[in-house]
Design a protein around this ligand. Structure first.
Ligand code: BTN
Length: 257
């Protein structure tokens, strides 16, 4: 694996970077800057987080050596359309990791709804999308936070996790961010503020699956068993159960043991 000595990532034209040594959460920092009128697109990258956040109010273990980065965007679209960025974010991180790892590993990469990236069924990255409501005359702000397990991974989470170093890959956070930023720019252009959502949905489906895989969905206190049946046209999970197909808009999804 090629080593990159450079510690400041090169970003595509038009993006700025705030590089921090420590912060509570890169998502929180991006939101604070959005509140102060930051126009974006702006990357916030920190070597460590003291209060890294995961989905559903969970914490995100944030040890030095992994990537913790958030991008603040102000897309010119409705709040609802901006929600499509959850699927776009999954594709971006999947493709970033695919570029970072060796060819043989790529067939073991998988997206699990809504946007976990798994390597051989173990979580290697997660994203937290925060779609912020704004005054009607202002462009809404969206923060997409990405955590990639490069050098270490937590062992105390409900689903198995892994890091790229466990596969013998030594990747610096700076290099991972450079690849993430280039891939983000590529997919934001393809998404085109929602105009190309059908092709985004297809790209997501190509990276997920297989259809028919047994899943367990946790919706608050409710546990639903079924099998993966793709996405509806809006990007919600389709779960085939013994009572018919259910559309899942939120929840935790696990592979059935
Ligand atoms: C999840 O899978 O639960 C989402 C994890 C998202 C973690 C990233 S790390 C960078 C950004 N800052 C945070 O506090 N969270 C996201």
């Amino acid at each position: 694996m090629k080593q990159f000595a450079r510690n400041t990532p090169k970003l595509p034209p038009g993006y700025r970077l705030v590089q921090l040594d420590t912060v509570d959460s890169t998502n929180e920092e991006a939101k604070r800057r959005a509140d102060m009128g930051e126009p974006g697109p702006l990357w916030i990258w920190s070597a460590r987080q003291s209060k890294g956040r995961g989905r559903a109010g969970r914490q995100w273990t944030s040890q030095v050596g992994n990537l913790f980065a958030s991008i603040l965007l102000r897309p010119n679209c409705t709040h609802q359309t901006a929600g499509q960025l959850a699927l776009v974010a999954g594709i971006i991180t999947y493709d970033t990791i695919s570029k970072l790892i060796a060819y043989e590993g790529r067939s073991r990469l998988l997206l699990k709804w809504p946007n976990d990236v798994l390597l051989a069924d173990e979580k290697v990255a997660g994203m937290l999308l925060e779609n912020l409501g704004m005054a009607e005359d202002a462009r809404s702000a969206v923060v997409i936070g990405t955590g990639i397990n490069l050098a270490n991974y937590p062992e105390d989470i409900p689903q198995p996790a892994i890091c790229l170093e466990a596969y013998g890959l030594t990747i610096t956070p700076a290099h991972a961010l450079e690849v993430l930023a280039a891939t983000t720019d590529e997919w934001l252009k393809r998404w085109n503020e929602g105009a190309s959502f059908p092709s985004i949905r297809r790209a997501w489906l190509d990276r997920a699956g297989p259809v028919g895989r047994k899943l367990v969905v946790q919706l608050g206190d409710e546990t639903i068993e079924g099998s993966y049946a793709g996405l509806d046209l809006g990007g919600a999970l389709q779960l085939k159960t013994e009572h018919g197909t259910r559309t899942i808009m939120a929840g935790d999804v696990f592979f059935a043991p």
